[in-house]
Design a protein. Structure first.
Length: 360
């Protein structure tokens, strides 16, 4: 009765419904499901965490979902689910890790925003991406796989995702990059816990798009990017506006790196990432020389009093250094803190954070 009253008050408005049940309760829930079915033409966002018998009671909704745009399925399926096969407005899909995507029949070619839970094999991901040509945004969590399997995977044809603009990859992306063509890619986040070997594949991918945001979070201190590899990556990202380097990724910022990253009026080579405005960097005191970092940032910063350093670079506006060591052991001395404060006084929005507290 309560559900019927609530739904009746909605009139003709689109409905967002979240149903959760951890037991079958098939007979007890039949009347409730029947009430929801009366309004299936108004379903807009549906979140279902119910056992298969209860889910099956929604079968009459098939071919009656003209307004459904968002779907979230959480419970393990025992057989193929085709209730949502015809949903002409469906664009957003979430599947929990325990849900096998191959058992869910939806209009995959319509999906723009996809998340299928925790780690899955590279091959399974590639099969899914081949069915989603209109994908715009997607987090991809890769399972560690046998290299022979990966080698056979990349022999398949290239996958073109012509609308994808944002991707978040967790895992080793080396072989994954070989298969993708992403001309509209603007934002990429990579979280890698294994040895980084993807530089050539990554630069090839990035050279065919106009990336504006790059985030690299590398967990392995022994196999992070070298300074040369990072320079290669940045060279193919002239439109980059934001750069985030997390955990051990900042190890690439050596003296040699800063020499090329800093602005030099007399340089004969193209300025690295001339549009860069924002940097977020993790720091424990050993990843890079913070004095050299301050010098490089200062060279690229637009001074409010003196104007732009050059028409060739946009100039930094925001820099955030996240210090993860003990405050009592902080290697940043008073002179460098004074230097960073001076940069702030010159117009740079710079922070030196320790547990979200700004030490400047």
């Amino acid at each position: 009765m309560l559900a019927k009253t609530w739904l009746a008050r909605a009139g003709t408005c689109p409905l967002t419904i979240h149903l959760t049940s951890h037991d079958s309760y098939q007979n007890a829930m039949t009347s409730l499901m029947n009430v929801f079915l009366l309004y299936c033409e108004q379903w807009y966002e549906i979140h279902l965490d119910v056992p298969p018998p209860v889910l099956g009671s929604l079968a009459p909704a098939k071919n009656r979902l003209p307004r459904l745009q968002k779907l979230y399925l959480e419970h393990t399926l025992k057989e193929t689910l085709d209730i949502f096969e015809c949903a002409p407005q469906l664009r957003w899909l979430r599947l929990a890790t325990r849900v096998d995507p191959s058992m869910v029949i939806v209009p995959w070619d319509q999906i723009e925003d996809l998340d299928i839970g925790e780690m899955r094999e590279v091959g399974q991901w590639l099969d899914i991406l081949r069915t989603t040509p209109n994908l715009e945004k997607c987090p991809i969590r890769l399972n560690p796989s046998d290299l022979r399997h990966l080698h056979s995977t990349v022999q398949r044809s290239t996958i073109q995702l012509l609308r994808l603009h944002s991707i978040h990859i967790s895992g080793d992306p080396t072989y994954f990059f070989n298969t993708l063509l992403l001309p509209k890619l603007q934002e990429i986040i990579i979280v890698c816990g294994t040895r980084w070997t993807a530089t050539s594949q990554f630069t090839s991918l990035l050279s065919r798009c106009s990336l504006t945001k790059l985030s690299l979070i590398l967990h392995d201190p022994q196999s992070s990017l070298s300074d040369g590899e990072m320079i290669q990556i940045l060279r193919v990202c002239p439109s980059l506006v934001r750069l985030d380097l997390g955990l051990y990724a900042p190890q690439c910022m050596t003296t040699s790196f800063f020499a090329q990253f800093a602005y030099s009026e007399n340089s004969t080579t193209q300025q690295l990432v001339p549009m860069l405005r924002t940097m977020n960097i993790d720091y424990t005191g050993t990843e890079f020389n913070i004095h050299d970092f301050a010098d490089a940032i200062e060279s690229r910063t637009i001074s409010n009093s003196e104007g732009s350093a050059s028409d060739d670079i946009a100039g930094h506006q925001i820099v955030e250094i996240r210090y993860h060591g003990e405050r009592s052991n902080c290697p940043v001395d008073s002179p460098i803190l004074s230097r960073l404060r001076q940069l702030r006084g010159n117009g740079l929005e710079i922070y030196f954070l320790h547990y979200n507290q700004d030490m400047l």
